[in-house]
Design a protein around this ligand. Structure first.
Ligand code: UD1
Length: 322
């Protein structure tokens, strides 16, 4: 079950029709005036409840941004180009979205005096020099994506200091859950699709690389905590503190789906991070957040049902809450 929603606020979710954003919107919509700004490049209208205001446009479009943010108390900034590989192929395009347009969002928040909860990333650490990695670890990103997220993360924290704006940066580790799909989605959705189709499950490299996978419902709860915390001007790791190797993940998904798919190895991905795992103690002590959904149960629920629309999810949550 998710934490109690924020009530009677005007809230903007950038990227609100996307994977993480739409789950956040769904949780906030029953009790708040929710606006969604999304260009629908990866988002989907069917993920959205009916009673939200949708502004279709880029976060780089000042008119659309102004319209969507007018009167907002809180801005959850989720819009981004999320693929590390795409950022390597097109660093300027991803910089425009992930950094330059993000600065417009921060400036708009200043206009409205709105709190900002921004999606940062574990990618800011690059190859971590300690595991699990605390927020104080050195930041040496290995990709344009990581560089952009690190700059955003720093801006977000400095906006609190320089302009007295309430801001929080959430450093997401590997987020998974319903609605993560498409060519640039995460490894869990790719492996699930391959296993279900009976195709080979493609492990990149030796598969000994590890990740900390956190369920999107936990990420929503972290955002809600960040929206009300007094500990602003800070960055927090959002993960589970547990790591699994990609090879083990492939085998887990194959077994859980009763698939006959072989697990095969391909070339490693350029710039791939070897190990990633969150030290979650700061989020625990300062935000009161800890992840509740184990990878095992998260994968199980993904396999057993993947309700596509907001109304199906809302019905499911109503049952959960009983
Ligand atoms: C992910 C996020 C990124 C986030 C980062 C934080 C996505 C798409 N990207 O990057 O936004 O900032 O976590 O930690 O969610 N792999 C395979 N086979 C595949 C696909 C992937 O073996 O078919 C491997 C990759 O080589 C990598 C691992 O699985 O080692 C995870 O890849 P991926 O899900 O793309 O996420 P990250 O690159 O970790």
């Amino acid at each position: 079950m998710r934490s109690p929603p924020i009530r009677d606020r005007t809230v903007l979710v950038t990227g609100g029709a996307g994977f993480i954003g739409s789950h956040l919107v769904e949780t906030l919509a029953p009790h708040n005036e929710v606006r969604v700004l999304d260009n629908f490049s990866t988002g989907d209208q069917s993920y959205l409840p009916e009673d939200v205001t949708v502004v279709e446009g880029d976060i780089s479009d000042p008119i659309a941004l102004q319209q969507a943010a007018r009167g907002a108390d809180i801005i959850f900034h989720q819009a981004a180009m999320v693929s590390v590989g795409q950022s390597v192929a097109a660093p300027r395009a991803s910089n425009e979205t992930n950094l330059e347009a993000s600065l417009l969002v921060l400036e708009q928040a200043r206009q409205e005096d709105a709190r900002v909860v921004a999606a940062s990333s574990a990618a800011v650490y690059g190859h971590p020099d300690e595991l699990p990695v605390p927020e104080t670890a050195s930041t040496e990103p290995t990709s344009p994506y990581g560089i952009q997220k690190l700059a955003l993360d720093q801006y977000v924290r400095r906006y609190e200091e320089l302009y007295d704006l309430e801001t929080v940066a959430l450093r997401y580790f590997n987020v998974y859950g319903p609605r993560q799909q498409g060519p640039y989605s995460g490894v869990i959705s790719t492996f699930l699709e391959q296993a279900r189709a009976g195709e080979a499950i493609t492990v990149e490299g030796d598969g000994e690389q590890t990740r900390d996978f956190v369920h999107v419902d936990d990420v929503v709860r972290a955002n809600l905590r960040a929206a009300t915390t007094d500990s602003v001007g800070e960055a927090y790791n959002i993960g589970t503190g547990e790591r699994i190797s990609i090879r083990e993940l492939a085998e887990t998904i194959r077994d859980a789906t009763d698939s006959q798919s072989p697990v095969i190895h391909k070339d490693p991905r350029p710039g791939d991070i070897r190990h990633s795992g969150a030290d979650v103690s700061k989020a625990d002590s300062e935000l009161g957040f800890d992840a509740r959904i184990s990878l095992e149960s998260g994968i199980r629920s993904l396999i057993s049902s993947e309700p596509a629309t907001a109304s199906e999810r809302a019905a499911e949550r109503a049952v959960d809450a009983q």
